[in-house]
Write a protein that binds this ligand. Structure first.
Ligand SMILES: Nc1ncnc2c1ncn2[C@@H]1O[C@H](COP(=O)(O)OP(=O)(O)OP(=O)(O)O)[C@@H](O)[C@H]1O
Ligand SMILES: [Mg+2]
Length: 376
């Protein structure tokens, strides 16, 4: 069943409870808040609410418009918001539309009208989810162009070895030496096969929205192998892998997990551009009920002022064209979308940082309710 999560914000107890009872009878999970601050606390806990219905005029430091602005800019930009306004406050309603409200309804309202508006808002929210998933897929697949050139680069050295050792075999009469060269040819051919397999896995799974059991160690190996096409990753960065054997699988869409992983790893690589020591450690471990991926780098670190803001949409410090992806500025959506995707699996992302050392921990429960992860 599709989710219908709703938060009703109104300072009048009778109104918010009547709306709550009505929407519960229509199959919604409906929460209530008495003012903007209480609503903000609830949204912080549950950032993926589908719909928020809020009164405009409320007591306290923040009114409905301030709440709407906070939701759209920071808290949960893809939640839909319906504004309830008293008849004389139409100007406020117009302002609300400019700030990104889905629609406004004037009081006193007809419940059927409010329900219709809520259903339309949910339809829009589902569409937004689909669009974001497509965007992520596109981004993932546009990376494939870069990956192809990386792959071509990676194939050059084993192909070169195969050529060289084959020529040595032709010129050699000693069977022992010929066999030794043949073994090197087999090793190089294995490297080529593994690179091609990684790319094929990416292409196949990058298009698929199928839910399946996923071994996160395999996903990590696959994505890192593809990243090795990146010159800095290949030549400058020491990659330390510590993957737990017999890691329990998680259930979900492959691209969701690979996207979360890549968004965090790309940041780690970018943060090490100017570091004298460039080490990327990736560790996995299983706990009783979840799988952890730890990604640690020896880059710039994140300042204490920036730390609370890094998961906010559009927060970026990459404002000059000097990123590791030459010529590209940050959009500030990498960690935001990684967190949104993880939360769709009831997962979390935490971070610890000091200069020269940053560690992100992605935690995904093993027995989450099966469902597509994109919860934005
Ligand atoms: N490992 C890290 N080391 C240092 N700073 C980091 C690290 N990871 C994230 N950050 C900081 O968090 C900010 C937000 O990261 P996020 O991935 O959301 O956006 P971005 O990398 O700036 O842009 P985008 O990912 O959209 O290209 C970064 O600009 C950077 O300041
Ligand atoms: Mg990023």
């Amino acid at each position: 069943m599709t989710s219908k999560n709703l938060l009703i914000v109104d300072d009048e107890k009778r109104i918010r409870e009547t709306i709550q009872t009505y929407f519960k009878s229509k199959g919604y999970q409906a929460l209530v808040a008495a003012d903007a601050q209480e609503a903000i606390n609830i949204i912080r806990e549950l950032p993926n609410l589908d719909l928020i219905i809020t009164d405009v005029s409320m007591p306290g430091a923040k009114d409905g418009i301030s709440l709407l602005t906070e939701i759209k800019q920071n808290l949960s930009p893809f939640s839909q918001v319906i504004i309830l306004t008293g008849y004389p406050n139409v100007a406020g309603a117009v302002k609300a539309m400019e700030k990104g409200a889905f629609t406004y309804i004037t009081k006193p309202f007809d419940f059927i009208d409010l329900h219709r508006a809520a259903e339309r808002a949910l339809k829009k929210r589902r569409q937004v989810k689909i669009n974001i998933r497509r965007e992520l897929q596109k981004e993932n697949l546009s990376d494939l162009g870069k990956l192809w050139s990386g792959l071509a680069h990676n194939l050059m050295s084993p192909v070169q070895s195969i050529l060289g050792f084959s020529e040595l075999c032709l010129a050699e009469n000693d069977l022992g030496k010929i066999k030794e060269n043949l073994r090197k040819i087999i090793t190089s051919t294995g490297a080529i096969r593994s690179s091609i397999n990684s790319l094929l896995t990416k292409v196949r799974k990058g298009y698929s929205e199928d839910i399946s059991a996923i071994n996160l160690n395999d996903m990590i190996n696959n994505e890192l192998e593809l990243l090795m096409g990146n010159l800095m990753m290949k030549t400058d960065i020491e990659v330390r892998l510590n993957l737990a054997p017999e890691l329990p699988p998680v259930t979900g869409v492959y691209i969701d997990f690979s996207q979360v992983f890549l968004n965090v790893v790309n940041n780690a690589i970018e943060a090490m551009r100017a570091s004298p020591v460039k080490a990327l450690s990736v560790t996995t471990r299983g706990t009783d009920n979840s799988v952890l991926i730890e990604i640690e780098d020896t880059g710039t670190g994140i300042s204490p002022q920036d730390l609370p803001r890094i998961f906010q949409p559009s927060f970026t410090t990459k404002t000059t064209k000097r990123g590791y992806r030459a010529g590209q500025l940050g959009t500030g959506l990498g960690l935001y979308s990684a967190l949104q995707i993880s939360q769709g699996y009831q997962g979390t992302i935490s971070v610890e940082s000091r200069p020269g050392q940053t560690k992100f921990t992605i935690k995904i429960p093993i027995s989450q309710k099966p469902g597509k992860g994109l919860a934005c």
